[in-house]
Ligand binder design. Structure first.
Ligand code: SAH
Length: 377
């Protein structure tokens, strides 16, 4: 691990606005990134501004990526002042940044109300990918996941999700590079924060803003069935991944309590609907846990279920990341390959997730969990 920056941890304390450049009054204001382009248009129209001002403002926010309203020199001074009185600009303060030997960068951000979230920037041969967080904590309770340990504190706003991408993009701006793809696979269950998720997705894909291609974005869900149907009806080209982790109801319920609310078969039915509606390939995420869900019979059963569903799919095998609070062990390497071979043998496309940032606790919730533990008296 190469640690390149650690900003004083005393800036972490809740309410310590001075050190983060936010004053108490600013913190009460709505965050400017929370507004969609349409909402900005409406606000500006209410101010009596001509329609083209919204495009100018949007360009400053997401293309020029200004840090302050005062930088927006083609907007009249009076408007800039009104904006500054009406909206907050700062939403995320970087409180930690870890860089892995493989180039993965993990940010720990502090929100205006003191909570900490994580964002990961990964470098692949196909470009830069950002993994965003959608909630402070999580209430889904998957038994292998660190994000859920402290429960759910709150949803992120749309702007707080967008700001994570902008922060990464600004880091890349310095080297003339760009964010090519986004995975909504950080802390939280995106389909439990559905409306903010959709506003975020519209903002980052907007051609007048960050303009990240919908087909380069993947949303991962633990299986919130009603919102899988809703998402299928959205008419976007955004990809869907499902955290399946087991080939049947009984085992899935053991690993993921959410399966008792939305059982395996209902999840598969919703995914069938998604596939029929969108004709987009579904990714099935499967964390391999030693001796629990990694036996050859599990691979056989998974292959059969997927084949009979008729869904065009891809299985992403993830050797489980060790979480100190849980006692799951990793599947031995050769058993991971065996699992993959069985799927491939049955005609199911399956890859093994390349590990990135293992040296910096880049897996879901690990850094935040450590941070919270440090803050405990
Ligand atoms: N709540 C969403 C988004 C989280 S995505 C979801 O459940 O899909 C993060 C992915 O990493 C999910 O597939 C999740 O199940 C998986 N994951 C969580 N903890 C893990 C661990 N310790 N090892 C491997 N994968 C894990």
């Amino acid at each position: 691990m190469i640690k390149i920056n650690r900003i004083g941890t005393d800036a972490n304390r809740t309410g310590d606005a001075q050190k983060t450049g936010m004053n108490a009054q600013d913190m009460e204001l709505p965050f400017i990134y929370d507004l969609s382009l349409d909402a900005l248009r409406r606000w500006l129209a209410d101010q009596g501004e001509p329609a083209y001002r919204a495009d100018q403002l949007y360009d400053w926010l997401y293309v020029k990526r200004a840090d302050d309203f005062s930088a927006m020199t083609n907007l009249p001074k009076a408007l800039r002042e009104r904006l500054a009185q009406s909206f907050r600009f700062v939403a995320l303060e970087e409180i930690d940044r870890l860089t892995s030997a493989d180039g993965t960068v993990k940010f720990l951000f502090r929100l205006h109300d003191g909570h900490a979230i994580e964002t990961v920037l990964m470098k692949h041969d196909y470009g830069n990918s950002v993994c965003v967080t959608t909630q402070v904590g999580c209430r889904i309770g998957c038994t292998f996941c660190a994000s859920t340990l402290g429960g759910l504190k709150r949803n992120l706003t749309a702007g707080e999700i967008t700001a994570q991408v902008v922060k990464c993009q600004k880091m890349l701006d310095a080297i003339g590079d760009r964010v090519d793809s986004i995975v909504v696979m950080g802390i939280g269950e995106p389909f439990e924060n559905y409306d903010n998720l959709m506003t975020f997705l519209r903002t980052v894909t907007h051609e007048k803003g960050l303009n990240i291609g919908a087909r380069h974005i993947t949303v991962s869900t633990s299986g919130i069935v009603p919102n899988i149907y809703r998402f299928a009806d959205e008419k976007t080209q955004i990809n869907l991944a499902i955290s399946i982790h087991a080939p049947n109801d009984a085992l899935r319920s053991r690993l993921m309590p959410v399966n008792r609310r939305y059982p395996f078969r209902d999840v598969m039915d919703a995914l069938k609907y998604y596939w029929e509606k969108t004709r987009r390939r579904v990714t099935f995420e499967y964390a391999l846990i030693g001796g629990v869900n990694d036996r050859p019979e599990h691979a056989e059963e998974l292959a059969d279920v997927l084949l009979s569903s008729g869904i065009r799919c891809h299985v992403n095998l993830i050797p489980v990341n060790y979480v100190p609070e849980r006692n799951y062990v990793r599947t031995p390497r050769e058993d991971v390959f065996r699992f993959q071979r069985i799927l491939l043998g049955k005609g199911i496309n399956a890859t093994i997730r390349r590990e990135q940032g293992a040296d910096i606790a880049a897996a879901c919730g690990q850094l935040r969990a450590r941070h919270e533990a440090l803050l405990k008296p």
